[in-house]
Design a protein around this ligand. Sequence first.
Ligand code: ADP
Length: 472
Amino acid sequence: MTGPERTTAILILGLVCLIMPVVTWVVLARQHSRVVGLWCGGYLLCAGGLGLIGLRGDVPIWASVPGANLLVFMGLLASLQALRLDQGMRVRPGWLLGACLGYLVVFALLWLGLGKAAIRIGFIALTMLFLQAQVARSAWRIGRREQSPGAMAIAGCHLLLAITMLLRLAELVWKGGAGSAPPLVGFGVLTSVGVLAAIVGNVGFIGLALERSLKRQLEAAASRARLEERHALGNEIAQLDRQRGFGLVAASLAHELNQPLTAILASAQAARRGCAAKRLSHAQSLKLLDKVILNTRRVSDITERIRGFIRPALPDPDLVDLGKVTREMLDLVTPDLRSHDIRVAFPAGTPPVLVQGDAIQLSQVVLNVLRNAIDAAQQVQDRSIQIQLTQSADEALLRIRDTGPGIDPGVADRVGRPYFTTKEEGLGMGLSISMAILGQHHGGLLIGNAEGGGACVDIWLPLLAGGAPCPT
Ligand code: ADP
């Protein structure tokens, strides 16, 4: 290769080393990090060094010889650090500075002191060989760990460059720098492999970053899908539990429905008989019709309560008055309470205690706890349930206490775990579902024995900010 050809080859290599990191930086615009910065910065330093070498004769000698080589050295060092940083290794600026200074001192000594070009070229080739081999090693490690073709491409092209350097070095040592025959691994081969390494290395780097981002997106999508699936499954279980809970009170509700329906039938029959015998006054007819209307409303109220409870939960949180929810659930279990002669104390006229959540799911929690309290209270003579709803600065607390036998200390730590039940017909899911629902609402449930006997369940939920204060 002639002098001008060499200059052109070096400048072309410098240009490629300038364009490729810019392309990398632009393509990875959304993923800029220290690693990307170091990688691209490293290539730009190499481009600067190669440019100075290419412009030798037009720039001061100190810039085109030691300055240029130092820039290339620093550039390779930065690319190596980028890959090391990517593997979680620490970048030690002190060491890097020391390495650059050491390189400069040795280079200057060889350049000024010995003045032998072959030794200087050998030193340059040796350091480049070492750094290229290190870059290839780091990239190979990343590629092996992440099964990344991008990282393997970086490793491959830098290994090729290192091998080329090694051959060049071997040739230099073999010929002792004195041979007149053109070298086998000449400048042309070296710059061509350099151009290839710069292009493939940067494309590989972009590939590695994109593979990772794709992997991250895939993982995020998969975990979102898993979460949604779990959520859907949770909702389904909660819905089934609600229907089961309703099934448990359905028999007594049927009895409650029977009363107004029988009253409607009786009023309608009385009206019919009176009309047939023509002995029904206008006022009596109106009275019978009023009874029909009143009882129809009662039926409608009961069916509305049932419909509201068993419909699927709403996806969006709502404003929920915990007092209203408790009262509605008490209405739902009233027939049960009556048939088992259980007294309920729940102070009337409590101001609204507002929380944010799903009214249906929260109703389910209250119903589960009430059902357990009813089951427990049935087992004793003195049957009662006390309900208290209070609120502190940021929390609503619903306390449901019964006079049942309480929780056996031997099983206390298992109560609330899925499938734990002491009831013959129990599923052992009520409390765990309730806890899960409350967890989703950033609240919780605690069950324990009350002082003086019976069990006590505390349900707490974060208050809606700015909710109406309630005297406790
Ligand atoms: P299940 O009602 O189907 O048994 P739960 O999860 O609602 O399922 O309750 C689990 C267990 O917790 C009950 O079987 C019972 O042993 C205990 N438990 C819950 N509430 C009370 C209570 N108020 N008094 C005594 N034991 C209770």
